[in-house]
Design a protein around this ligand. Structure first.
Ligand SMILES: [Zn+2]
Length: 213
């Protein structure tokens, strides 16, 4: 009965692949051919200078289309798909040890929050916690509101990242996973990583959904 209703609804509210636009059955986000292009997690760490990071897949279609639709076109339900990718990445990178770590996400700038109306990383972590009980700590806050990262050049991003974040709490666990949806130059996540290290975090893992090539 439920399936029939969903099929019925699908005739009036067509559902399309987020990436290629192909018609899909309701509740799906990507078609089989687009899904097959994602072969994550990337099986190696990528250097960020002092730190290194693991990412689920490259920031290219279909992953970049999913992230853009989620962040900029108010497709909030995509947080479930992104949380599932993060879960694969956590299992892959840390195996059974992952529950020893608390997760801290890179915060959304105030301006981006105003524009988008939601904290995109925060919502992904809330979805993750519906599947697995991770400890999530709201440890980092934005010190001054910058322009959204997506509108800045590479050099501007580097400058904007300096001194942008501050810690909300002095007391942090020794083992932390720092999470951001996309790593581009690495300047944002590195400044957050430095902040956590300076607060005494001993074991820091950096994870992202996507990574630019
Ligand atoms: Zn597709």
């Amino acid at each position: 009965m439920v399936v029939k209703l969903i099929e019925f609804a699908g005739q009036f509210f067509p559902n399309n692949c987020i990436s290629c636009g192909k018609r899909l059955s309701p509740r799906r986000f990507l078609c089989d051919s687009c899904e097959a292009l994602i072969k994550g997690p990337i099986p190696y760490e990528i250097s960020l200078g002092k730190f290194s990071a693991r990412s689920y897949w490259w920031y290219e279609p279909p992953v970049s289309d999913v992230i853009k639709a989620y962040k900029f076109a108010k497709r909030w339900r995509l947080s479930k798909l992104i949380a599932n990718w993060l879960l694969y990445l956590l299992d892959y990178s840390l195996h059974s040890e992952s529950s020893d770590y608390a997760i801290v996400s890179v915060p959304t700038t105030l301006r981006a929050l105003r524009e988008r109306g939601f904290d995109s990383n925060g919502l992904v972590l809330r979805q993750l916690r519906k599947i697995v009980d991770y400890r999530v700590i709201d440890a980092i806050t934005v010190a001054k509101s910058g322009l959204p990262q997506s509108s800045l050049s590479k050099e501007e991003r580097k400058a904007a990242a300096v001194g942008k974040f501050t810690l909300r709490t002095e007391r942090l666990p020794e083992k932390i996973i720092l999470f951001d949806d996309v790593i581009t130059t690495g300047s944002t996540i590195t400044s957050c990583a430095n902040l956590l290290k300076s607060a005494g975090v001993k074991d820091l893992k950096i994870l992202s959904i996507a990574r630019t090539k």
